[in-house]
Design a protein around this ligand. Structure first.
Ligand SMILES: NC(=O)c1ccc[n+]([C@@H]2O[C@H](COP(=O)([O-])OP(=O)(O)OC[C@H]3O[C@@H](n4cnc5c(N)ncnc54)[C@H](O)[C@@H]3O)[C@@H](O)[C@H]2O)c1
Length: 416
């Protein structure tokens, strides 16, 4: 380990922060993981992860047992601070940087000359500079790069996280990292830290560019999915199989259209484009249109289910999957969840939910007597209408004969 980076404080022990803390601790760093949730702190200190991710439990247990990872509710002195708190949007789709602001408040009292702070949270353009300003307000005794340039005592950079849930521990190490400093020296300092544990390439730039790069990546994926969704609706209108069209179009050597689906969920692709729209509303016409197309998809699925359910007197509707993508439990911004909630509110009939990655139903579905969580077998046995909402591996191999006589809406093309 490079001298000067021994102690790392990770602010926010969620899907990004906890795996990062565990990897660093297993590489020999002394890591303090900070979270505002007391329950998360005590679970981590017991050597347990508070969400499911392959190999994470083992890594956390090993790091805690070796005395190299401990969790706390307050930040402590360190050489490097990694900020991995949420950056959601508000009800009117403005970036909510309040978690970053409170992270700055918790770091400020323990900041020392020579410290490096890297914001990994997905951030609107200008956030790294704002973070530096927030710190400077509280610590007039230290110099900061937004004001004092290359010679500043504290260094700040933005390095957006690009991990894929389900592969987080692999991708944290293998992915290339974009590292944008508030000064060139900040970027070099941050790169020297990441190079101690990242196998991917460290690509240096300035902070504003790095912030926009992450937003562009996710807006690109959102627009590509919106295109696929729009094609699927065109195909519905024309009575053509959208999956066949997309399969054949993608055989063109320079065409790569993503898959259509019931909408776009998660805390990234469904959220980050709004940060660009907020910064440059007049210029982001396509990005906004893509959001509109993808946000409308759940209601298209609902309309199809309503239509299918009309064929039955007392319809039983099996909804397969609640998470926002395959083979994970995370249901943040999930279109599948929105669809099931809408169908339940509609009183469409008895709803049987199958979600192999979750223990129970989330609120308010758990309190709805018309919605029951069942296993796949029971759902296929009882349902008149089967709606595949998430392409979990567990749903791929079902005996197709079990769908005979049922109305089937396969939003993911899993059973084609
Ligand atoms: N999850 C992903 O796959 C992923 C991928 C790329 C980027 N990101 C980005 O990374 C950031 C973090 O995402 P996440 O999925 O890990 O979020 P998360 O909600 O899983 O975790 C964030 C954690 O921060 C804690 N927290 C909130 N405020 C805090 C504070 N002031 N001090 C200490 N802890 C605090 C929360 O309690 C929570 O445990 C977001 O900006 C997200 O967009 C996430």
């Amino acid at each position: 380990m490079t001298p000067g980076f021994e102690r790392v404080c990770v602010i926010g022990l969620g899907y990004v922060g906890l795996p990062t803390a565990a990897i660093l601790a297993n590489r020999g760093f002394h890591v303090v993981g900070v979270d505002v949730k007391a329950e998360t702190v005590s679970m981590v200190n017991e050597g347990r992860a508070h969400f499911t991710e392959p190999d994470l439990d083992v890594m956390v247990r090993g790091a805690v047992a070796a005395g190299r990872l401990r969790a706390a509710e307050a930040a402590d002195h360190a050489d490097v601070f990694l900020v991995t708190v949420p950056t959601p949007f508000t009800a009117d789709r403005k970036p909510d940087v309040s978690f970053l602001r409170s992270a700055a408040q918790s770091i400020a009292p323990v900041l020392d000359d020579g410290n490096l702070i890297v914001i990994e949270s997905t951030s609107p353009v200008g956030t790294t500079q704002a973070f530096s300003e927030w710190l400077a307000e509280v610590r007039p005794d230290l110099s900061f790069p937004h004001r004092d340039g290359e010679g500043a005592q504290v260094r700040l950079a933005h390095s957006p996280e690009r991990v894929l849930p389900g592969r987080i521990l692999v991708e944290l190490v293998q992915n290339d990292r974009v590292i944008g400093g508030l000064s060139a020296r900040c970027a070099r300092h941050a790169a020297a830290f990441y190079e101690t544990f990242v196998n991917g390439e460290c690509l240096l730039t300035d902070a504003r560019t790095a912030e926009l790069v992450k937003l562009v990546e996710n807006s690109y994926r959102d627009a590509n999915i919106a295109f696929a969704n729009e094609i699927s609706m065109v195909c519905d209108r024309l009575g053509i199989d959208a999956w066949e069209v997309l399969r054949l179009a993608n055989r063109h050597p320079r065409v790569d259209i993503l898959k259509p689906g019931p909408g776009v969920g998660g805390h990234c692709i469904a959220v980050d484009p709004w940060f660009i729209i907020d910064s440059a509303p007049d210029e982001s016409v396509l990005i906004r249109a893509a959001r509109r197309v993808n946000d409308a998809m759940p209601m298209h699925v609902v309309a199809k289910v309503r239509e299918a359910a009309k064929r039955f007197d007392s319809p039983r509707v099996a909804c397969l999957g609640l998470s926002y993508k395959a083979d994970i439990e995370d249901a943040r911004e999930s279109p599948a969840l929105r669809i099931v909630e809408t169908l339940a509110r509609d009183g469409i009939g008895e709803i049987l939910v199958v979600e192999p990655h979750a223990g129970g139903l989330p609120a308010p579905l758990d309190a709805d007597p018309g919605v029951t969580k069942v296993d796949l077998d029971a759902a296929l046995e009882a349902a008149h209408v089967v709606v595949l909402l998430v392409d979990h591996r567990a749903f791929a191999g079902i005996d197709r004969a079990r769908l005979d006589g049922k109305a089937v809406i396969d939003t993911r093309g899993l059973w084609r």
